[in-house]
Ligand binder design. Structure first.
Ligand code: ZN
Length: 170
């Protein structure tokens, strides 16, 4: 296992829709192990393969307080989405330093392949539903910045540029 470099906002891989995985090979299993290690190293609750530069439809999630063990899903899709909405703060390992309130569906059902357990269906609400929607967005090249108002988005991008400039100066 190895920690992989997390790609940051501005890297085109984050804006490129990921390809479906055709087969869970040893390389895919190794990637998933690395994704868990990378997520834990960064103290994240979820990570999508494009965030480590791999354009394949894979996510890993550890919702911590939620009553579900950490899991990986290959080719996950939202099969049901509830009408009720929920607002909560989000950040992203690819955009460190930025946080914003994002509106999401309160309930989603996601189906995908768990490399250890086969086809899996997860009924999620609250924080877990939010994490799943955030990570699945990554597979389509969508970031949480795209889910806030144009005004908030401009503010966040301004803050990002300032943060990056400060980092470059350091
Ligand atoms: Zn993210």
């Amino acid at each position: 296992m190895a920690i992989r470099a997390v790609r940051l906002l501005g890297d085109p891989v984050l804006r490129t829709p990921a390809r479906p995985v055709t087969e869970v090979t040893q390389a895919i299993r190794a990637l998933i192990a690395d994704m868990f290690e990378t997520m834990y190293n960064a103290e994240g609750v979820g990570l999508a393969a494009p965030q480590v530069g791999v354009g394949e439809r894979i996510i890993v999630v550890d919702a911590r307080e939620e009553d579900i063990a950490p899991f990986a899903l290959v080719n996950p899709v939202i099969v049901e989405i509830g009408g009720e909405r929920d607002k909560g703060e989000e950040g992203c390992l690819s955009i460190p330093g930025l946080k914003e309130i994002v509106e999401r569906a309160l309930h989603v059902t996601v189906e995908g392949t768990d490399p250890d357990a086969g086809v899996r269906r997860i009924d999620a609400d609250g924080l877990l539903a939010r994490i799943l929607q955030h990570e699945l967005d990554h597979l389509d090249g969508v970031l949480f910045l795209d889910r806030v108002s144009p005004l908030k988005r401009r503010m966040l991008l301004r803050k990002w540029r300032k943060l990056r400039a400060d980092t470059a100066d350091a």
